[in-house]
Write a protein that binds this ligand. Structure first.
Ligand code: ZN
Ligand code: ZN
Length: 132
């Protein structure tokens, strides 16, 4: 069973022949901007198990510090995946289709959440990043 995902307009589609792991929600101010939301919802993938099915040419990238960035559909603006040094590193859970058999297991940077957010119950919560 593979996992598929697509953007809001449906032009960009991908497939993962494997499982998602380490699903997390980050409540920091940077993730709020990047995801236009109260927090990120993101899970890691094995880069070798990830492939684009359509619309790869419609992706635009924003790469920040340390080689980590995000890729967006330039037609509809969905945030689709995270990249690290040019390779797909993880996917945004909002663009995954159906049930990917994973739940948000941790909330990180809840210490910098927006004043208007109520952090959901369930899952570990960390004031900053996840301790090693
Ligand atoms: Zn799109
Ligand atoms: Zn963050």
């Amino acid at each position: 069973m593979s996992i598929t995902g697509e953007c809001f307009c449906g032009e960009v589609k991908y497939q993962i022949n494997g499982k998602l792991r380490d699903a997390r929600s980050c409540h920091c101010s940077r993730c709020r901007k990047a995801f236009s939301s109260q927090a990120s919802a993101y899970a890691l993938v094995e880069p070798s198990q990830f492939s684009w099915m359509s619309g790869k040419e419609l992706l635009t990238s924003y790469v920040g510090q340390h080689g980590f960035g995000l890729q967006f559909c330039k037609v509809c603006g969905s945030t689709i995946c995270g990249i690290y040094n040019g390779e797909v590193h993880g996917v945004t859970l909002g663009c995954v289709n159906g049930d990917p058999d994973i739940e948000l297991g941790m909330h990180i940077y809840v210490g910098s959440k927006a004043s208007w957010e109520k952090v959901p119950e369930g899952g570990a919560q960390y004031i900053e990043g996840r301790p090693d």
